[in-house]
Design a protein around this ligand. Structure first.
Ligand SMILES: [Zn+2]
Length: 74
C-alpha cells in the first residue's frame, strides 16, 4: 500500500485515525510490511506484502483458526 491510503484508512471498529509503522518499504515508497495501529482503541492491523488487513481483531483470529484447521496446521 502507499502512504496516500492513510488519508482514507480508518479503524473498522471506531473509525478513528490509524498510525503507520513501517517494517519494510519498496524503492518506490510502497509499504510492504508494517503495522497500522488505531489511535483510539489501540488495535493493530498488519500490512502483509503491501496489503493492509483491516479485519477486526476477533475476525482475524477466527479466520486464522479456520485457515489452520483447513491446512491441518494445529
Ligand atoms: Zn479503533
Amino acid at each position: 500500500m502507499y502512504r496516500d491510503l492513510m488519508d482514507i484508512l480508518r479503524c473498522p471498529d471506531d473509525k478513528a485515525v490509524l498510525e503507520l509503522d513501517i517494517d519494510e518499504e519498496a524503492d518506490d515508497g510502497e509499504v510492504l510490511q508494517g503495522t497500522l495501529t488505531c489511535t483510539e482503541c489501540g488495535h493493530s492491523y498488519p500490512i502483509d506484502e503491501g496489503i493492509p488487513n483491516l479485519l477486526p481483531p476477533d475476525l482475524q483470529e477466527e479466520i486464522q483458526a479456520e485457515l489452520d484447521e483447513a491446512t491441518g496446521n494445529i
